[in-house]
Design a protein around this ligand. Structure first.
Ligand code: PMP
Ligand code: GLN
Length: 382
């Protein structure tokens, strides 16, 4: 008798990031689709990794993370966000932010639970919820400036709502939270017994002099939240796949029950290198907003001569462009057209939404200036 295979995610295909990067490679397009830098991490970080590998850091790390790394991250949270936490019981090092999100959702969501996500929502959220036996309720961001419609969020909260997943700075729109948003969120948590997952992987890419308003800055929010971060973004090393999550000790205990049976632990030499680098080079993350803002400004100025309409980008390393002056195609078809025919790969925005009919695609500007110039030159010819 042949085994019967029943998919747990029958409607889920390959993630858009793999699809578009592969298409870009096949067609030799400049890849501004999947979000990753086309430049290397800082030399000091690479040297620290070589040193770690050459000096015995090659066996399993402790399950929750290398203490030296968790400690330096706890100190960073204290200095940056005023968060007085206990790193040993609150910080867990994970295989990228992706594993932090997955482990947190598996630990917190029970069968039949509902999880609220804000559309556009990063594509990893819903499959994790469904694999935990839960379902997702999607609340759209306002379509003009992509801010949060808190009234709709509150109306979506029901007796089965377990989690609200937030992602600010927001991928793909670049929206950020204001102090008023945090006030509103505090009020909401007083009325509802939900937990938050706050995906803050773009914490160091907030521009125009604004600070990043982490949920860790508010004790009342931090007490109910899993905050997710990524070294891939912060240290230009997406391929290392290291992230971490910070949560109150009882939540962390549950997350670690999952984490210990997903990867068990994360790469020892990379944790060692990141601990050393983070402690010795605070100027690295301090310089990131200016570094990426300069790339945003360059890309925006280069596209001024194009027929694309750019939406403001207060954060992240993504630029949304409206192409309605150029094409009637839907965004998925247009992103494929850009990749295959024009030679610049992009990500369609509708794949992050239940329903979305605007003609918007996303470009990643975490690229060498020469790459941005070459891409913009091509796009200006459209
Ligand atoms: N969340 C968001 C919003 C992201 O954009 C990404 C990746 N770009 C991740 C999570 C995953 O991060 P990592 O590569 O560290 O797993
Ligand atoms: N988060 C990255 C993006 O938005 C991609 C990560 C991935 O490929 N899984 O482009």
């Amino acid at each position: 008798m042949s085994a019967s295979l029943q998919s747990k995610l029958p409607d889920v295909g390959t993630t858009i990031f793999s699809v578009m990067s592969q298409l870009a490679a096949e067609h030799g397009a400049i890849n501004l689709s999947q979000g990753y830098p086309d430049f290397d991490p800082p030399q000091a970080l690479l040297d620290a990794l070589t040193h770690a590998v050459q000096n015995g850091a090659n066996q399993y790390a402790p399950m929750a993370g290398l203490p030296a790394l968790c400690e330096v991250l706890g100190e960073k949270h204290r200095v940056l966000y005023g968060h007085e936490g206990d790193w040993a019981s609150q910080i867990t090092v994970t295989v990228g932010a992706t594993e932090a999100l997955f482990s947190a959702v598996q630990a917190l969501v029970h069968a039949g639970d509902e999880v609220i996500v804000l559309d556009p929502a990063y594509d990893a959220y819903e499959p994790a919820v469904r694999l935990a036996g839960g379902s997702v309720r999607r609340v759209p961001l306002y379509s003009d400036d992509f801010s949060v419609d808190w009234q709709r969020v509150e109306e979506a909260i029901g007796p089965r709502t377990r989690l609200l997943m937030l992602n600010f700075p927001h991928n793909p729109t670049g929206a950020v939270l204001s102090r008023e948003d945090l006030d509103t969120l505090e009020g909401l948590l007083e009325r509802h017994s939900i937990t938050l997952v706050s995906d803050e992987v773009y914490e160091h890419m907030v521009y125009d002099g604004r600070p990043h308003l982490s949920l860790l800055t508010r004790p009342a929010l931090a007490a109910r939240t899993v905050v997710v971060s990524s070294f891939g973004k912060t240290c230009h090393c997406t391929g290392w796949k290291i992230g971490y999550c910070t949560a109150p000790a009882p939540i962390t205990e549950e997350i670690r029950k999952v984490h210990q049976f997903v990867p068990f632990a994360v790469s020892t030499p990379m944790q060692k290198a990141l601990a050393e680098f983070t402690a010795q080079h605070p100027e690295h993350h301090e310089a990131l907003p200016a570094f990426y803002q300069a790339k945003r400004d360059l890309f925006v100025s280069l596209l001024e001569g194009s027929r694309l309409t750019l939406t403001p980008t207060p954060s992240t390393y993504f630029q949304l462009v409206d192409y309605s002056a150029l094409s009637e195609l839907d965004d998925v078809a247009y992103a494929r057209h850009l990749t295959m025919e024009v030679g610049v790969a992009a990500i369609p925005v509708s794949v992050f939404c239940e329903s979305f009919d605007r003609r918007l695609v996303r470009f990643c500007f975490a690229k060498d200036d020469a790459t941005l110039r070459q891409a913009a030159e091509t796009l200006c010819q459209l």
